[in-house]
Ligand binder design. Structure first.
Ligand SMILES: *Cc1c(COP(=O)(O)O)cnc(C)c1O
Length: 429
């Protein structure tokens, strides 16, 4: 591929982009009368224009039908989680039975741990990535304590080798093997939120299983970003949120994957609620929990219709575009961004792997000094990205100096021109 660092080239690429029309289906925040250069879909995806009607539809359904809205109309609330199943299966690479939308991400992480982290004195350790998103760290730490173990002893964190930026798969596998006798769970992110590294899910899963442990993944930064094959990869469980790449709005609901070999095991312990109960007798209001088959059997509560409606509006767009096509464009957009960044000599360092197989669309730019100033400058020029203080090089960082600017050109609504204009601003800083 021979890229060119010009706006004409970027516009040509946009002209040739088969997905270019999807951009107009999203609302862009404005800056000085024009669309911002929105590169923050890894944090909060943009609003699909269809979200408003989807939300209003349910509001009016409520106004018109009251409680009978549960049974009426083309999407009765009683069954609402089913209207998200095929799209969610597409995102996860799973069967409809293996996925469900419910609750929020950290809640679901704990619910999955209730089933898949049942430590005993021999097997109680968890291997996770160092520098995981804080909510995941707190979830692991509190789970371990709740079971009476100490995080220092029970949690093994995988960091990159000295002097390296990313974790090597071979090191993860080797650590799993080294702890095989005492390992209960391998719990990794799909894409690390800070570096943008996409972990080798099938290899990690295989190693965990060989060691007699479960393999779970937090796919907050992978869902809707990279095509997944959770069923074929034999992952035990996965959770993700919908407000990042999946564009389902602030606090949007979470997706869950549970492999069918577990979903069909009604004896698996879990924290139960009425919505996970066999639906044919849910309203008999009887004693004695009998789970539905599949991931649906982990549901606690009736669906949060308003946020599910927005989620559905967004998921429908993903299915229309298709994850394979999105991934193809994504690889090109991110490769173009990386190419342009490598031409800028500003003393920064790219933390994200260069290998497309090991990343999604996000690129994390490490700035050794004055990082926050650069971020603020970009923001003043209409770039929406995000800033994270350095958490890699030790504790002697002064706020606003070393840190990471994360940018994510997302294939649904970002253009090659967005990428070019961002890099051009960096270049002229
Ligand atoms: C965004 C994110 C979260 C946020 O959790 P919520 O429960 O949705 O607030 C948790 N974990 C990871 C890895 C994330 O990227």
């Amino acid at each position: 591929m021979s890229y060119q660092p010009t706006i004409e080239y970027a516009r040509q690429q946009d002209q040739a982009d088969p997905l270019r029309s999807f951009r107009s289906r999203f609302s862009f925040p404005q800056h000085e009368g024009a669309d911002t250069i929105y590169l923050c879909g890894n944090s909060l995806g943009l609003a699909p224009k269809t979200a408003k009607d989807a939300l209003l539809y349910e509001l009016e359904h409520w106004q018109t039908h009251g409680v009978e809205g549960h049974f009426r109309g083309k999407m009765p609330w009683m069954e609402y989680h089913k209207f998200l199943a095929s799209q969610t299966a597409h995102i996860a690479g799973a069967s409809e039975e293996e996925v469900v939308v419910m609750n929020t991400l950290t809640t679901n992480l704990h619910l999955m741990m209730a089933t898949f982290y049942r430590p005993n004195n021999q097997r109680y350790k968890i291997i996770m990535e160092a520098g995981a998103f804080p909510s995941d760290q707190y979830a692991m730490e509190s789970q371990v304590r709740w079971h009476g173990f100490s995080p220092e002893d029970a949690i093994i964190e995988m960091a990159p080798r000295e002097g390296e930026l990313n974790v090597r798969t071979e090191d993860i596998v080797q650590t799993i093997e080294a702890h095989a006798n005492e390992l209960a769970l391998v719990m990794f992110g799909g894409v690390n939120y800070y570096t943008g590294q996409f972990f080798d899910i099938p290899t990690i899963t295989q190693a965990a299983h060989k060691a007699g442990a479960y393999a779970g993944f937090d796919l907050a930064h992978a869902a809707g970003n990279i095509p997944l094959q959770l069923h074929d990869w034999s992952v035990d469980f996965a959770v993700w949120c919908s407000y990042k790449y999946l564009n389902s709005g602030p606090g949007g609901p979470s997706g869950v994957f549970i492999h069918e070999r577990h979903g069909r095991n009604a004896d698996l312990p879990r924290f139960a609620g009425w919505w996970g109960h066999d639906e044919s007798e849910r309203f008999l209001m009887r004693k004695g929990f009998r789970p539905m088959q599949g991931a649906a059997g982990w549901q606690l509560s009736n669906a949060q219709i308003f946020s599910f409606a927005v989620h559905k509006a967004s998921l429908d767009i993903f299915v229309e575009a298709g994850m394979p096509a999105l991934r193809q464009k994504s690889e090109q957009l991110t490769a173009y961004l990386e190419y342009l960044l490598r031409q800028v000599d500003n003393g920064f360092k790219i933390l994200t792997p260069s290998d497309p197989v090991q990343r999604g669309c996000q690129v994390s730019i490490f700035t050794p000094k004055n990082g926050k100033k650069l971020y603020d400058y970009l923001n003043s020029k209409g770039v929406i990205s995000d800033w994270r203080e350095d958490n890699l090089s030790g504790s002697n960082n002064t706020a606003g100096e070393a840190g990471v600017i994360r940018v994510a050109p997302v294939p649904l609504y970002n253009s090659f021109e967005d990428v070019y204009r961002f890099a051009d601003l960096l270049n002229n800083y």
